[in-house]
Ligand binder design. Structure first.
Ligand code: SF4
Length: 323
């Protein structure tokens, strides 16, 4: 079995969910899952923005998007625009990025989700709705950081991209939303010098996907000038200490969990506190079926996974339901 932070995370949340996802792939995907998938392709592409758009379109054509408040067309335009500008900004900051991919860790194989930047730093990219100490701690304690550290035995950089809260079907942050001056139509995100706490009502709020005439470069440049970009991409170095007990025990736990994963059961007790965590488990229709239907009886929701049992899961983006 090839371990990954996604698999460990899924196991942590619910054995039953882990077992389902070894056999079934949800046909639905959350908007956040689409952004992660688009970024994964875009960050390693020579044309990050176009690749983000292409991947978003491809996924939207093959999966059922979980929609809220706005229709599919508008959601897709919002997502491709958001993923595109974030990919351009990350590439601008870190240069060409390459995926670390699968590595042999002596005791196990590991599918890393890290990207190596041009300067050699290993980045874990996390999309978050807001940044605060609790969110930072939660990221730092997760398998997405601890698992990568313990597997690679190298320091990593946790890079968090603040994409804003999702309301009315869209992510609200300067990546997606700006204000236009009532007369000269200048784009702004924050009052210059933070003199006052806002703009007058005559400024018009605009969504980036509806303002194709403003190039991505112009939008990003204005974000820089208004000094909002520095609060939207936050990196923290995470040191690796070989003798650190926490690293040694994490590695031992990973090996122990890998053995338990082999006998994961769809009949394991429900982990009810996980069902609605992070936006909701995609297997809720099965567990909460009033007639006790199994996943196979919901062909409209799940397909048989073509990923070999034990390999990195094909539905790895279904974990990404909430930032
Ligand atoms: S719905 Fe709840 S109990 Fe069922 S698989 Fe998901 S997390 Fe586990």
């Amino acid at each position: 079995m090839i371990l990954s932070s996604e698999l460990l995370d899924r196991w942590d949340r619910c054995e039953r969910r882990f077992a389902f996802s070894q056999q079934y792939e949800p046909k639905t995907i959350s908007p956040l899952g689409v952004i992660y998938a688009a970024l994964e392709d875009a960050l390693v592409s020579s044309e990050p923005e176009q690749t983000a758009k292409d991947t978003t379109m491809r996924i939207a054509a093959s999966k059922e998007l979980i929609l809220s408040d706005i229709n599919k067309f508008t959601t897709v335009r919002h997502l491709e625009s958001l993923a595109g500008i974030i990919a351009v900004a990350l590439r601008g900051r870190f240069g060409e990025m390459t995926p670390v991919g699968e590595i042999d860790c002596e005791d196990f194989h590991w599918q890393s989700a890290l990207f190596r930047a041009e300067n050699g730093a290993l980045h874990r990219i996390e999309l978050i709705s807001h940044f605060d100490d609790d969110r930072l701690r939660a990221c730092a304690h997760s398998w997405r950081v601890i698992g990568e550290l313990a597997a690679l035995r190298q320091p990593i950089t946790l890079t968090m991209v603040v994409i804003g809260a999702q309301r009315g079907g869209r992510r609200h942050s300067p990546w997606s939303k700006g204000l236009l001056h009532p007369v000269n139509k200048a784009l702004r995100f924050a009052p210059r010098n933070y003199k006052k706490n806002g703009f007058s009502e005559s400024w018009t709020q605009v969504w980036r996907e509806q303002k194709g005439e403003i190039s991505t470069e112009t939008w990003l440049e204005q974000m820089r000038k208004d000094e909002v970009l520095k609060d939207l991409i936050i990196s923290r170095a995470v040191a690796y200490k070989p003798a650190d007990h926490r690293m040694l025990s994490a590695r031992a736990e990973m090996i122990a969990i890998r053995e338990k994963m082999k006998s994961a059961s769809e009949a394991a007790p429900m982990r009810r506190s996980s069902c609605d965590e992070w936006g909701g488990c995609p297997f809720q229709p099965v567990c909460y079926s009033p007639t006790g239907q199994g996943a196979a009886e919901f062909p409209q929701l799940y397909s048989i996974s073509d990923t070999p049992r034990g390999a990195p899961a094909g539905d790895k983006y279904s974990n990404h339901t909430s930032a």
